[in-house]
Design a protein around this ligand. Structure first.
Ligand code: ADP
Length: 306
């Protein structure tokens, strides 16, 4: 059996408001984007989350499966619903995001009777990927259960990847987020960190918070600048890989999510870190040239890992 990846998190229903007030429906979530791009790059990946037993949960499952994302570990919680957000665009074209997510099924992935089964299944994956947004879903007890599950993954020889996506509104206060991020970084074998996220969360000490793990684990530090460069620290290596300039940036949604997917796909195929970063840039650079998180399949760059 080949390498199996699990992406953990939440996908929400997305409603976009049109100028006449009508709403068009989609769905979205950071770790789902990563799962979907991993699947497109030929990686065997499951999305691990909880949904309800409503029609929209059914639709999401069907859509993920159609993209080649495994749904065998999606918990279904009777009577529950997915979270929801509305994207409102004002007269100036500025977008704002409005959430209904407190009761979302995904928040109970590590709670209740079915959680033990999910945790046992997760322990069998070769690579488990979660983001800072994933961590914000579960509360302290859920995060402890996830941390224990990650240790079980590692005990069986698997690896754990953490992406620092930080959305302040997902957390009751900054201190809890800081503790959760510190714990997650200390437990990870691969960290995708954005200097912007780290600065929001830790201030001037942001980079130091991740660089303290240099040598212990692989670090992909995504910096600013235009085009932005990433610094990859793996073992003795410390290389900076700049992105190519992108002709026209249309929408940066899922830039980091797709970068992580291409990076992990390349590393799983045995490519060295610098080459994996170049693959990340190629996919992310393509994704930001299109509207929305998920580009048409026909627009995928040819990243052959064969
Ligand atoms: P996110 O904010 O989603 O985490 P980042 O800003 O870290 O995304 O960008 C992720 C990747 O997207 C970068 O490493 C790069 O490959 C690509 N990217 C983002 N902005 C640009 C840009 N201005 N020019 C070229 N590539 C870009």
């Amino acid at each position: 059996m080949g390498t199996r990846v699990a992406c953990i998190g939440e996908c929400m229903m997305e409603l976009s408001e049109r100028p006449d007030g009508s709403l068009s429906r989609g769905y979205g979530g950071d770790t789902l984007n990563t799962a979907l791009y991993l699947a497109r790059l030929g990686v065997a990946v499951d999305y691990v989350t909880a949904l309800g037993d409503d029609p929209w949960s059914e639709e999401m499952l069907a859509a993920w499966a159609a993209e080649g994302v495994g749904t065998g570990q999606v918990r279904r919680l009777p009577g529950r619903m997915p979270g929801l957000y509305i994207i409102r665009t004002d007269a100036k074209g500025e977008r704002s995001f409005h959430y209904w997510r407190d009761s979302a099924a995904a928040r109970d992935l590590f709670a209740g009777a079915g959680a033990a089964e999910t945790r046992a299944a997760l322990a069998g994956y070769d690579l488990v990927y979660a983001s800072g947004i994933s961590l914000s879903l579960y509360g302290e007890a859920g995060r402890a259960a996830l941390a224990e599950t990650c240790r079980a993954v590692q005990a069986r020889g698997g690896r754990v990847a953490f992406d620092t996506n930080y959305r302040p509104r997902g957390w009751p206060d900054k201190a809890q987020a800081q503790t959760a991020f510190r714990d997650a970084m200390a437990a990870a074998d691969l960290i995708f960190a954005s200097t912007e996220d780290l600065e929001w969360l830790f201030g001037a000490e942001g980079e130091a918070e991740v660089l303290r793990h240099h040598g212990r684990c692989e670090i992909v530090l995504k910096g600013g600048g235009s085009p932005p460069a990433v610094r990859v620290l793996a073992g003795e290596d410390d290389v900076t890989v700049p992105a190519s300039a992108v002709d026209r940036i249309v929408d940066t949604t899922a830039a980091g999510d797709s970068f992580a997917a291409a990076y992990m796909a390349a590393r799983l195929a045995g490519r060295p870190p610098a080459e994996a970063a170049a693959c990340g840039h190629r996919l992310a650079g393509t994704v930001i040239g299109h509207r929305g998180a998920v580009i048409p399949g026909s627009a995928m760059p040819d990243l052959s890992f064969a």
